[in-house]
Ligand binder design. Structure first.
Ligand SMILES: [Zn+2]
Length: 209
């Protein structure tokens, strides 16, 4: 199974499956990393939702049922849009749109109706392992989103100050501002440095500031 470069290079930094799913679309500049059903499968393998073998099964199933795969792809984008609306609002201390919450509730109901409760080493957990269910990766995502919303530490939910990605700030003093220091943090430092140099060279401009 081939993984496109734009998924291979995608940073997985949300700290939560639901947020990583939302971050499959870069805000600024806009880069869509889910361009079709195959990308949805490739992303699921990348984040460990599916094994390579499971991903290959889904891809061949999708080849047999292309219209169903397209429907699942559209459903995935609809879920992602709803989640972005919910979590962005929460990150900005606003009330999430009720329409978005209702969409999430619909997906969660579907997830629980298709899931199984299984016992593992650490206790019981939900599992979605129907190899022919083309939408099987959406259920753990929807369930993670509901879990984050109902029992996550939402005070730690933040929006990157540079690119609008969402992440859970796990730093001790909750001071993380960037999705990643290497990308947005460094860009901001460079921007500030350039502005400072320009101001030094042009004292009038500095007094305007
Ligand atoms: Zn960022």
């Amino acid at each position: 199974m081939e993984t496109p470069g734009y998924i291979d290079q995608l940073r997985i930094v949300g700290g939560d499956l639901a947020l990583d799913f939302v971050n499959t679309e870069d805000g600024d500049p806009r880069v869509e990393c889910l361009r079709g059903y195959g990308d949805l499968v490739a992303w699921s393998v990348t984040v460990g939702l599916l094994s390579v073998g499971e991903g290959e099964c889904l891809v061949s199933e999708a080849n047999r049922r292309p219209e169903d795969a397209e429907t699942v792809y559209r459903d995935a984008l609809r879920l992602r849009e709803a989640l972005y609306g919910v979590f962005r609002a929460v990150a900005e201390d606003e009330a999430p749109p009720s329409r978005n919450l209702e969409i999430l509730r619909g997906y969660e109901c579907e997830a629980l109706s298709r899931g199984k409760l299984v016992q593992g080493d650490g206790g019981f957990a939900w599992e979605w392992n129907d190899g022919r269910d083309l939408a099987r990766m959406l259920w753990p995502v929807a369930h993670a989103a509901t879990g984050l919303l109902t029992s996550g530490d939402l005070d730690r939910l933040k929006l990157c100050a540079g690119c609008y990605w969402l992440f859970l700030d796990a730093s001790r003093n909750r001071s993380r501002r960037w999705c990643t220091m290497e990308v947005c943090g460094t860009q901001e430092k460079v921007r500030r440095y350039v502005a400072k140099r320009a101001a030094r060279r042009d004292p009038e401009r500095r007094s305007d500031a």
